[in-house]
Ligand binder design. Sequence first.
Ligand SMILES: NC(=O)c1ccc[n+]([C@@H]2O[C@H](COP(=O)([O-])OP(=O)(O)OC[C@H]3O[C@@H](n4cnc5c(N)ncnc54)[C@H](O)[C@@H]3O)[C@@H](O)[C@H]2O)c1
Length: 253
Amino acid sequence: MTLERSDFSNKTVLVTGAGQGIGAAIAKIFASRGANVAINDVNKTVADETVKEIASFGGTSKFFRADVTDESQINAMVKSIIDAFGSLDILVNNAGILGTSKTDELTVENWDRTLSINLKGAFICCKAALAEMKKKKYGKIINISSLAGESGGIVVAADYSASKAGLLALTKKLALEVAEFNINVNAIAPGTTKTPMIDAISDEENSKLVSRIPLKRLGEPEDIAYATCFLASQEASYITGTTLDVNGGLLMR
Ligand SMILES: NC(=O)c1ccc[n+]([C@@H]2O[C@H](COP(=O)([O-])OP(=O)(O)OC[C@H]3O[C@@H](n4cnc5c(N)ncnc54)[C@H](O)[C@@H]3O)[C@@H](O)[C@H]2O)c1
């Protein structure tokens, strides 16, 4: 095996939901390491900001508006990314929404919406990216799941936890199917991380949580972004079908 340090020059990365929070941090770190980054989001205003920040340090990125739940939009987006950058090597399924209703108050509509964005969206993006990855016999897929998908979660709702647990099963099944094409599929399970998503959680809940976290802080988006870069790197080429916990020690498996 040749020893080489990874950088991501000549690699194209698609990050879904990259306009803010964890997705924006992932996009910025890949861009700072030489990748061409496709910034996907449904929100143009926040996505434009990510593209601007990447340009400010000389990185390369481009915004692709598409809703991850819409297969025709995602297929068209993947084609546009390949037209723009020449390939698609790394897919980060990050787009997601939070639910916090108690199960007996959770509507079927909200259940469907959460499962659709958090789980079906990742399936659609994987499916769209696989043709290019199989053709090149190279690919890295990283699914941003959650500690809630492993433990059930604390303040989050059943729709959210179920969607994130489903993502872990999708990760394993797909990893098995595509290993022969030199495609690695892994998941990351972040604990509570400081992004706009957790605005819905009270400061009091967060302080209670911090007191239970062995490392005594919430996650930063960059904590998740560095772990994502590792799983996409040459250094992680023998890792597939696994879940990397990034949670300050809150859940040790
Ligand atoms: N923040 C946390 O505590 C935490 C913990 C564990 C896991 N996660 C997961 O990390 C991922 C990112 O979370 P975040 O905290 O950065 O969230 P966030 O709400 O700050 O950002 C999510 C982004 O996804 C985009 N998005 C939503 N629906 C979309 C769709 N249908 N198509 C395309 N883009 C869409 C939003 O516009 C937004 O820019 C999510 O999957 C989330 O479940 C977050």
